[in-house]
Write a protein that binds this ligand. Structure first.
Ligand code: CO
Length: 491
């Protein structure tokens, strides 16, 4: 093995930071043409993206971009054409702050209301900012934020219908994860599997499975709850994501402590009160998806995980691929997020854990050394062993940098291809969209919103999923700040 010399970072910080801005327009069905290449006519459906679109009010910036209000971007593809629309989610907080032109709520990631600790102490309200993910369920689009119920939107116009309790499934204010997993049909019909966490000294996970298609013969409507269960575990749960297999829901409980004193006293955001517990071990919490069966708790390798790639069953073993950090990456109370020093914060790396369900033995293997995040497999392989993964990576092979490239990784050989937006482009989460009727696992496209530092606006890049060759680039008349998650919805 040869080790590449440590190259200098290939980006200009000003280009990266230029994506942190307020979105000032809401576009309504703007037709787009390809600046390069051509939109494949078979690519039919809608790409929905969510992320913070409002980062400043009355001259005050959020402390962390995750405190920015959710804005949905939608790109509808049909007949080789594309149409663009974007809308802020009309949350209660967004509407009130639009009128007041200042922050009226504290942010979970440390944004404070004007007036210092005195003005913030004992205000323990959370602002449901609906900024983390967006998925289609039944006849509505759901803008997700993990600590409270979803906002329902019109899938075509993106108009906010309001908070949704999903036909009485949720109680007002109940936590509903921003990381649903779409089971492609392990038990016959496709499902949306998701969870909510009630965290405390002992934490309860509510696992929920929803129908995603109407099934008139069974009297089932899309969006209907098909099954649920509740399981409790010792310790404060910090669970952002999970993974599924046909029989298991896989959670990784990081070894973190929550000390809310700073939050209560108005000095810190709630998420800034999380810290890693050195010397303590994280735990895999494995919950059987069927109503029967007891959950398992198995010690996990050291490290911190926000996101999983996928999981699958292999005989007596459960295999889960996750993006591991050495430690909990946080931004201190006195740091401007635009000035963050990438060299001093932990980098994400793709790691495979094999969990022996009988013995509880866990082995750990590094799958990808390069800094990465936002990884996915072909959606048809969700919960099953997959050959390929697509992910956002840093341009350099070593060192922690912003995400500037897309990598296709062959999980069986470790070989890969890279498409890069460097030096002036910065990628977001790539989505792999299978070609209709495809039989090969990597037959399809990869769609990615890229921040173009030269234009100070966003490009939608379409790559061939097999070769990562550029198929088309659409230059959007819109500047979408660095975002979070999104999904692809076929017509
Ligand atoms: Co996430």
């Amino acid at each position: 093995m040869t080790v590449a010399p440590a190259a200098a970072p290939a980006y200009d910080r000003a280009d990266w930071a230029s994506a942190f801005r307020n979105v000032g327009v809401e576009l309504d069905g703007v037709e787009l043409t390809a600046a390069r290449g051509a939109i494949p006519p078979e690519l039919e459906g809608t790409l929905y993206r969510n992320g913070p679109g409002r980062l400043e009010r009355g001259g005050q910036w959020v402390h962390h971009p995750f405190d920015g209000d959710g804005m949905i971007t939608a790109l509808r593809f049909a007949g080789g054409k594309a149409e663009l629309r974007n809308r802020f989610v009309r949350t209660e907080g967004w509407q009130a702050e639009e009128v007041a032109d200042k922050f009226l709520y504290r942010g979970v990631f440390g944004t404070q209301k004007p007036g210092g600790a005195v003005a913030n102490a004992f205000d323990l309200r959370l602002k449901n900012i609906a900024n983390t993910h967006v998925v289609r369920l039944g006849d509505q689009l759901l803008a997700l934020w993990e600590a409270a119920e979803p906002h329902a939107l019109d899938p075509d116009t993106l108009e906010t219908r309001g908070l949704s309790l999903l036909d009485g499934v949720l109680k007002p204010g109940e936590a509903f994860s921003a990381h649903p997993r779409f089971d492609p049909g392990h038990h016959g019909e496709p499902r949306m599997v998701t969870f909510g966490v009630k965290a405390g000294p002992r934490s309860t996970i509510r696992l929920m499975e929803f129908a995603v298609e109407d099934d008139p013969a069974a009297g089932v409507k899309a969006g209907q709850l098909l099954s649920e269960r509740r399981d409790s575990f010792g310790g404060f749960a910090f669970l952002h994501d999970f993974a599924i297999t046909p029989n298991w829901a896989v959670f990784l409980q990081n070894a973190v402590a929550f000390n809310p004193t700073g939050f209560v006293l108005g000095q810190k955001g709630a998420a800034q009160c999380l810290s890693s517990k050195p010397g303590e071990q994280g735990q895999f919490w494995l919950i059987p998806r069927s109503g029967e069966g007891k959950p398992l708790q198995i010690p996990a390798p050291e490290g911190f995980v926000f996101h999983h790639l996928n999981a699958f069953e292999d005989g007596e073993e459960l295999v889960v691929d996750s993006i591991y950090y050495d430690d909990f990456p946080s931004i201190g109370p006195d740091v401007d997020f635009r000035q963050v020093d990438f060299e001093t914060i932990p980098a994400g790396q793709l790691v495979r854990c094999r969990i022996h369900l009988e013995t509880g033995a866990v082995s750990k293997e590094l799958l990808e050394e390069r800094t990465c995040e936002f990884a996915m497999v072909n959606p048809e392989r969700q919960g099953l062993e997959a050959r390929y993964s697509w992910m956002a990576v840093a341009e350099r092979e070593h060192g922690n940098d912003p995400l500037q490239a897309i990598k296709k990784l062959d999980l069986s050989t470790g070989e890969g291809q890279v498409w890069s937006a460097a030096p002036r482009g910065f990628v977001s989460e790539p989505l792999m969209v299978p070609r209709p009727g495809a039989s090969a696992e990597d037959d399809g496209w990869v769609l990615c919103l890229v921040w173009n530092g030269a234009r100070c606006a966003s490009d939608l890049v379409i790559l061939d999923a097999a070769s990562l060759a550029e198929v088309a680039v659409l230059e959007l008349p819109l500047a979408v700040p660095h975002g979070l998650h999104g999904s692809w919805v076929p017509p």
